[in-house]
Design a protein around this ligand. Structure first.
Ligand SMILES: [Zn+2]
Length: 248
């Protein structure tokens, strides 16, 4: 009598089924966004939330807003370079980074902790789409990694938080705070941009892993988010999987 009761599959209420289903339908970027910021990318409060986080990052590393890049042009990179020099960070020459960028041609730039230096992908710079803004943004992203290293952050911040700081710190978020620009972009458009940004963010976490940064992908599986955020048990998840099709 008792044994037959134990082997009976657990019943899931409609609300639980809906929760589990929505996690399996969520993209990697969206799950990362929710785990780090508490919001999904399409949430209308996301730009505001990211702007607050960005202000703290820029204050922490004493860096200017990337929006200044438009008025300063290449002058912006001089501010960053000065900041880097002050902190003992240098630049690598082309032949010092050639083999690295041959291996990772998709990268615009990289920070090399062992050399306390930044390398710029010179081949990428020849791309007709490459411009001052992309250069400044890339430089700022790597400058944040370099300053994180100087702060000792590599030892106690997770890969995704390190990457999140570099991505959000160098992001052009001030456009969303401008009422004139805001009136020209629909909420749908903003949601789309935020989603793309978080999908790219997920890809950069993956890139860090491929460069030997350890494996963190398991954190963003639907199963783990269901356990961590939604309080769904392993038994409930496996019961769902027995009765429903999932993408993973
Ligand atoms: Zn990075």
């Amino acid at each position: 009598m008792e044994t037959s009761e134990i082997s009976k599959p657990i019943q899931l209420d409609p609300k639980t089924i809906e929760t589990i289903e929505s996690r399996f339908n969520q993209t990697n970027g969206s799950r990362v966004a929710e785990l780090i910021t508490g919001l999904r990318p399409e949430d209308p409060a996301m730009p505001e939330r990211l702007t607050e986080i960005q202000q703290r990052i820029l204050e922490k590393y004493q860096l200017p807003d990337i929006a200044l890049s438009f008025s300063l042009g290449v002058g912006f990179s001089r501010i960053i370079n000065h900041k880097l020099t002050e902190n003992g960070i240098s630049f690598l020459l082309k032949d010092q980074t050639q083999s690295f960028f041959d291996k990772y041609p998709q990268l615009f730039a990289a920070y090399f902790p062992d050399k306390k230096a930044i390398g710029i992908n010179v081949e990428k710079q020849k791309d007709p789409n490459y411009n001052d803004f992309i250069y400044n943004l890339t430089l700022m992203h790597e400058a944040i990694h370099a300053l994180q290293d100087q702060h000792g952050d590599f030892n106690f911040l997770s890969i995704e938080w390190l990457e999140f700081e570099a991505t959000i710190g160098s992001n052009l978020l001030s456009v969303y705070q401008n009422p004139e620009i805001r009136s020209l972009i629909s909420q749908e458009q903003i949601s789309k941009e935020m989603s793309i940004m978080f999908e790219n963010f997920y890809l950069s976490i993956q890139a860090h892993e491929q460069q030997g940064g350890g494996t963190h992908k398991d954190k963003y599986t639907p199963e783990n988010i269901l356990r961590k955020i939604d309080g769904i048990t392993d038994e409930q998840i496996s019961s769902f999987k027995q009765n429903h099709k999932t993408n993973s």
